[in-house]
Write a protein that binds this ligand. Sequence first.
Ligand SMILES: COc1ccc(C2=NN(C3CCN(c4ncnc5ccsc45)CC3)C(=O)[C@@H]3CC=CC[C@H]23)cc1OCc1ccccc1C(F)(F)F
Ligand SMILES: [Mg+2]
Ligand SMILES: [Zn+2]
Length: 373
Amino acid sequence: SMDTIPRFGTETPHEAKLAELMDNIDAWGLNIFDVHNYSQSHSLTSVMYTIFKKRNLIETFRISPQKLINYLVTLESHYLDVPYHCSIHAADVTQAIHVLLLIPSFENTFTDLEILAALFAAAIHDVDHPGVTNQYLINSDNELALMYNDTSVLENHSLAVAFKLLQNEDCDFIENLSDEQRKILRQISIDMVLATDMSKHGAIMQTIQSFHQSLKAKQCKDSNSNSSTNDSLVLTEQKERVQLLREMLHCADLSNPTKHLSIYTQWVDRIMDEFHYQGDRERSAGMPISPMCNRRTADIEMAQIGFIQAIVEPLWQMWAQLVYPHCQQMLDNIDSNRQWYEYQISNRSSRNNTSDKTTSQSHDSKEQDKLKG
Ligand SMILES: COc1ccc(C2=NN(C3CCN(c4ncnc5ccsc45)CC3)C(=O)[C@@H]3CC=CC[C@H]23)cc1OCc1ccccc1C(F)(F)F
Ligand SMILES: [Mg+2]
Ligand SMILES: [Zn+2]
């Protein structure tokens, strides 16, 4: 039939502009909001399709391009229209893990199947997210908390939705994988998505230190043995490779402060919208309002500084150490972004003195209103 697949997976009148943006698919600086706007709101479909083509996964696993597109469009349509946990976040995290997998340290680390599983896990990891936290679902006796016994409720739900969509005959793009390969893909995806539950963050940080030290020890031994000083990490155990992929998806999910300020502030506006809306629902339901979710008392800048200092910087420092010198740009962005928020706070106090009460809304949210059209 004549219906050939569009170059980026979806029809768009802006194909030339999208092609220009997709030239940056391997770069940390890709503007995912522009991709969303020029792909007719199909950033997840176009990013995933472009990465699959670039990595030759369609040939390697004899994927039907049409079934891949069918799955991606259906998956994208099952992301809800919530401010932060929408399909743009999934596209952002998928592109981030694609870039992390390109780091030279991992040149010989992962099998094609593990790369397929990692990209799949990133794409599905928040599908059908309702824009509230696990704690809110538990506190409000939500159906999902009942279904998953209050344990990683959102993460279990996204996995179940994503695999249910695969059972659809014309969406089953992994039909030509062997049973063994399908089992491994499912096993790795479940492991990685469950690890994006922030309640697992402490456990990940506990193990990351000793795990990376053991990897570095092996790496030095290897590079001494062979002539080329290639710094690629070789891991014989699939279990260890999956642990690295689990950390990698968690890093990608916590990568907003590692991006350029103009991108980062858009994510801050979105997460605050989502958390404040949850706070509104908690207030009107007479529930205790979650920390940083009360729009009347929220201190956006302080929340970001706390988030960076307690969570994002420690994790990315561990990661950057493992792949040194390849993630210095991320650390530099975290530092300059934190300083920018500290400056906003110091500036706020002096502004108060001059009784100039402009809100501390990030300068990009006006841009974002324009984007909303
Ligand atoms: C761009 O900005 C953020 C992006 C994602 C998150 C996400 N946050 N979290 C949790 C929320 C509860 N957390 C904490 N609760 C109380 N005190 C502290 C002190 C330091 S963290 C922390 C830990 C992080 C998630 O589970 C989301 C889902 C998965 C991954 C990451 C997501 C948080 C962003 O901004 C910060 C923030 C914004 C709004 C409200 C609170 C926070 C806050 F600072 F609190 F995090
Ligand atoms: Mg999540
Ligand atoms: Zn996420």
